[in-house]
Write a protein of this length. Sequence first.
Length: 523
Amino acid sequence: MSLSLSRRHLLQGAALLPLTGLALTGTGRAETDAIELRAETRSLEVGGRAATVLALRQPDGTAGITLDPGARFRVRLVNRLDTATIVHWHGQTPPVGQDGVALTGFEQPIAPGAAQAYDFAPRPGTYWMHSHQGMQEMQLLAAPLIVRSAGDLRLDAQEVVVMLRDFTRRSPQAVMAGLAGGDMGGMKAGNKPGMPMSGDGGMGTMKPGDMAGMPMSGGGMGTMKPGDMGGMKMGGEAAADSGEEDAAPAAEDGADLTDIDFDAYLANDRTLDDPVVVRTERGGRVRLRLINAASATPFWIDLGTQVGTVIAVDGAPVAPVRGRLFPLAEAQRLDILLDLPSDRPCPVLAQRVGDRARTGIILAAPGVRVRRIDALADAAVGGLDNRLERRLTALTPLAPRPPDRRYTVTLSGSMAPYQWMIDGRRGWEDHLPLQVRQGERVVLDLVNQSGMAHPMHLHGHVFQVVALAGRPLAGAVRDTVQVLPRQTVSIAFDADNPGRWLFHCHNLAHMESGMITEVAYQT
């Protein structure tokens, strides 16, 4: 089903397509046609050097999929890699045989040259898709999955997708071997805030021709100095209308905030040395669809002086929350509305926790001069916290009812030896399923006994955050929740999708080293 788009949607498509392939234009297909999606290799330039990475894209090069309101998810996934793959539709709730997972036995990996068809009714919102085969996700085999609703079109806002990634030139096997061997060798940076990235230094220069045909006034970008954007750095003075919500925690020496030092951090495949610049309507409104597709990196999202309004998390609408600084754990998504200034650019920055490294894009009206932003912030920033989570309220919560089944699920592990566990179990071969029956209301009390945060993701369902640190909460509906060190988060879901469903940490290194189990329906 294809609908007419507003002028703002058309402007957005023209701005993004030449730069990134992340344009949100209509499918332009009859409802019965399947979208061909290819898993293949591509070349990406990072730090002035080419790298071979993986991609999920359509035959015309469009990254990922965008569906119009009411369209079904009809996709033919073609494996053009030289190894097997399988792709998970993160946050969607298809029948178990279409989840894009081989471990539970309902599907098999797709062999090189083979294809697999999918057909289900998708959930509206901001989602993404990524490999669930080995560690292909770390090789960038991921892409956006945007499912529009009729309300999105009525909003008449220019849509901009921002996909955040972490990039390494090392093989995933080498990364894991370094972690398992305890030789951090530039891999773990949680206790080294401000450590520069291990890339090649300069990563190119932004040229006027990179602006999708819309030249900047004043020629070159110049150099951005602290204060040029009116308070962009993390950890600065809180905004008057948001209080403590806009002050990020300081980085703590010795804290294990991340596992791996990556070579670069990307926003729509670009670094801040050569960022994506999206031209917007003068004084217009933008809907940011932010996706943290990083394999092992949480970010703070910093809007500088611009106040944004969160309207959805993990694809599900929430009561509006205003702010300038927002946490975004691995696999989580944020939809933020921005009413843009007409006289200055609006950077959307993502700073890695425990570090000064950051990436991002720049929004700017036509004719507004855009200047360079340093890829290193003035100061390192601390780990994510629960301040936003406490403020979120689902617009469509679960129906009130007492739980039929409750589990305490412990999360544990350490950096040395490098082992992460659920309920003391050492990975898939040793896991103990969480048994449920169809129709039950299930509550999971996630108790993090470790010193690192864990973004926990449940396949095939959405859940509501119902308590933080033992305090009841009518929180957001999500598919991925951040469980902070030494804290407890309680989530509730309805067992309404029979099958076997993975439940795991979405830090890929944690999952691969043991933090994975499943929710299994009893027959």
